[in-house]
Design a protein around this ligand. Structure first.
Ligand code: ADP
Ligand code: MG
Length: 454
């Protein structure tokens, strides 16, 4: 999973609309010679090669350079002879020190292109960014563990790698490991599977597994929610935790679930995970979205006027990944048609994305989504019942309906079981004000908005 081309494809996938990725990138293969600075990319047909090269060649070049940390030469090949790929050497010896070799990446798990330098700072990530920097810069941080929490595509993984990269730059001798929780679970289970089969191999595998976590100065685990229900892994990780945090060794975690809502976690582990600092990454505000678009465009060699970025930022609000996808789409479109980036060309390039984001939201969708999220039936939402949890869900639904549809207050009252419009106003005000202070509510709303719009 850690090889160079896999990282390239991952980066392409993250920044490209799924359809384009599927059609053009998914089946590309490559052979890399990092120190020679060249990469051969294999395409399944001549027609496809010309097309990919023309429309997406620049994008691929950017990403390849970024991941290699230097200029790479791309050699395009039609995949007719399978033995060709196998015959290309992949020597890793004597890799130049300034560019990260595959071996380095797989040792620390850190992606070198996810840094603080290329992370836009804004209101939405201010706290998280600042505490991340703090953790990366001070030998014994007071935020331990640092728990980064937020919705999908908001920059948790990016921030986590940035912390690791900065930490390593500050302490080149430090032992750092960055891993996804899923991979941790997988590797642990692979070891456990040997237990009853072969005791010797099991002991050896367990020794190797645990050796990776011993003596670490910094451990970064992405998407910790994946530990849920994994009792064995949790017990094992608890020990790793106890070997690190009390001794001043730093742990950083990310999660798309608020700690209190992590399901099937051992109580003792949960209390350890939340004993440090919990910071939230929120959906980017307008100015930050504009900044991100301009930055991504510049890095892709795309000359995007500010007014164009503003138009896109007004339409696409939910997360950063979506903004990246938009930039890549504009890039492909304008390169392919050889036109400048203007409001008009962008509207054409992004018409599908824009259309999807402006599909009218119906009250039914809102009611169904909210009811399901809180474990109620739509009929209960619209009933007269005043059970506390139900009232809360109802207020959330009314608030979202007010935000996402054009219905008037009386109309909304009518649609929510014949309530008067004062009730509607009260619900909207209450949720709007609590949204600012209640982390759990904030997250619920973000999640619900994404679900309702998708
Ligand atoms: P998450 O882990 O929260 O789902 P990621 O860290 O994978 O989100 O971010 C999604 C994409 O958006 C990545 O390509 C990342 O580099 C980019 N990104 C996220 N936040 C920012 C930011 N503040 N500035 C620049 N790029 C960002
Ligand atoms: Mg992530």
């Amino acid at each position: 999973m850690t090889d160079f081309w896999t990282h390239c494809l991952e980066a392409l996938r993250e920044s490209t609309p799924a359809q384009i990725y599927q059609n053009w990138y998914a089946d590309l293969t490559a052979e890399v010679e990092l120190e020679a600075g060249s990469v051969a990319i294999f395409v399944s047909s001549g027609f496809k090669m010309n097309k990919v090269r023309e429309a997406y060649g620049q994008t691929i070049q950017q990403i390849v350079n970024r991941i290699a940390g230097k200029e790479m030469e791309i050699v395009w090949q039609v995949k007719e002879d399978e033995t060709f790929a196998a015959s290309m050497t992949n020597a890793e010896d004597n890799a130049p020190a300034q560019s990260p070799s595959e071996a380095d990446i797989s040792k620390t798990g850190l992606l070198p292109y996810l840094t603080f330098e290329n992370m836009v700072e804004g209101q939405a990530n201010q706290m998280a960014y600042a505490s991340g920097l703090q953790v990366a810069s001070s030998p014994k941080s007071i935020y331990n563990p640092l728990f980064i929490y937020g919705g999908v595509g908001l920059g948790k993984t990016h921030l986590m790698h940035a912390i690791g990269n900065r930490f390593l730059a500050n302490n080149p001798k430090a032992k750092v490991l960055c891993i996804s929780a899923q991979q941790y679970v997988q590797e642990f289970m692979d070891v456990m599977r040997l237990r009853n089969l072969n005791n010797e191999r099991f002991s050896e595998a367990m020794r190797q597994f645990e050796a990776r976590y011993r003596g670490l100065d910094l451990l970064l685990i992405d998407d910790i929610q994946s530990f849920g229900g994994r009792d064995g892994t949790q017990t094992n990780f608890f020990l790793a935790f106890e070997n690190m945090v009390p001794h001043g060794k730093q742990i950083v975690l990310t999660s798309d679930t608020y700690p209190r809502n992590l399901k099937e976690f051992q109580e003792r582990l949960l209390s350890r995970l939340t004993q440090g600092l919990i910071v939230t990454v929120e959906p980017p505000e307008f100015d930050m979205r504009v900044q991100i678009l301009l930055q991504k465009a510049e890095r892709s060699g795309l000359d995007m006027p500010r007014e164009v970025a503003e138009i896109i930022a007004k339409k696409l609000k939910s997360n950063v990944r979506e903004l990246e996808g938009a930039v890549q789409q504009v890039l492909a479109y304008t390169r392919f048609h050889q036109v400048d980036v203007t409001i008009d060309t962008v509207k054409l390039a992004l018409r599908d994305i824009f259309k999807a984001s402006s599909v009218p939201v119906t009250i039914e969708t809102i009611q169904q989504t909210v009811a399901q999220h809180y474990g109620f039936k739509v009929a209960e939402l619209n009933s007269k019942s005043r059970k506390a949890k139900l009232v809360r869900a109802r207020q959330v639904a009314i608030y979202l309906a007010r935000e996402l549809t054009k219905k008037s207050l009386p109309e909304l009252g009518e649609l929510f079981g014949g309530r008067d419009h004062a009730t509607v106003i009260y619900a909207c005000k209450k949720i709007a004000s609590e949204r600012n202070t209640d982390e759990e509510l904030k997250y619920d709303l973000h999640l619900l908005e994404q679900k309702i719009k998708s």
